[in-house]
Design a protein around this ligand. Structure first.
Ligand SMILES: [Cu+2]
Length: 192
């Protein structure tokens, strides 16, 4: 019995080395896949946080959001992107005062330049030559907006003449479900 088993050990050791090499590749592949998955999950969580993490109340908005400076009767907002979210977040506005979103071409890139604000019928792709979006917020409340794919997101809080902000919780339905921008799992990085 012993003499029969001895010769079998050599090939077994060799094959175990081969298996170890294969394990390395499987391990590397697994690490790669897990990293991709983690990145995708992080992007989704970060996006969700940007959308839902801040539920504005009148007081929170007063303490938190910067007031839009008014120049020539218009509220001027320098709109940038920070961490995949339009900023300031929220954009704080006064009802019935015309708004100019002065989109920062340095930080707002790629598909982020296509901006839709459904609550105020705004849909525009800004460019170096035309980086301003003008509208008048004719109703008070909290409103979501996004890039045209619905990935890069922001919030607008409009306070009424008395300085109150009815929290209408319209953010979720204002923003269309993510399209091609989210399909790759990389968020809104396209062209950025
Ligand atoms: Cu996008």
């Amino acid at each position: 019995m012993e003499s029969e088993q001895e010769p079998e050990q050599e090939p077994k050791q060799q094959s175990s080395i081969v298996v170890k090499k294969n394990h390395l590749w499987i391990f590397a592949g697994a690490v790669f896949m897990i990293s991709i998955f983690a990145l995708g999950a992080y992007a989704m969580v970060a996006n969700g946080a940007a959308n839902n993490g801040f539920a504005p109340t009148a007081n929170a908005v007063k303490n938190y959001a910067p007031v839009a400076p008014v120049q020539g009767g218009k509220q001027i907002i320098k709109l940038t992107i920070q961490g995949g979210t339009y900023y300031p977040n929220p954009v704080r506005l006064k009802k019935n005062v015309p708004v100019v979103l002065d989109v920062d071409m340095a930080s707002v890139r790629g598909c982020y330049r296509g901006i839709q604000i459904p609550a105020f019928n705004v849909k525009k792709i800004v460019s170096e030559n035309d980086n301003k979006i003008e509208f008048t917020p004719d109703k008070a409340g909290t409103f979501g907006f996004s890039c045209l794919m619905g990935m890069g997101k922001g919030q607008i809080v409009v306070e009424d003449e008395a300085g109150n902000v009815p929290v209408l919780n319209t953010v979720a339905q204002d923003i269309p479900k993510g399209g091609s921008c989210g399909a790759g799992g990389g968020g809104c990085g396209c062209g950025g």
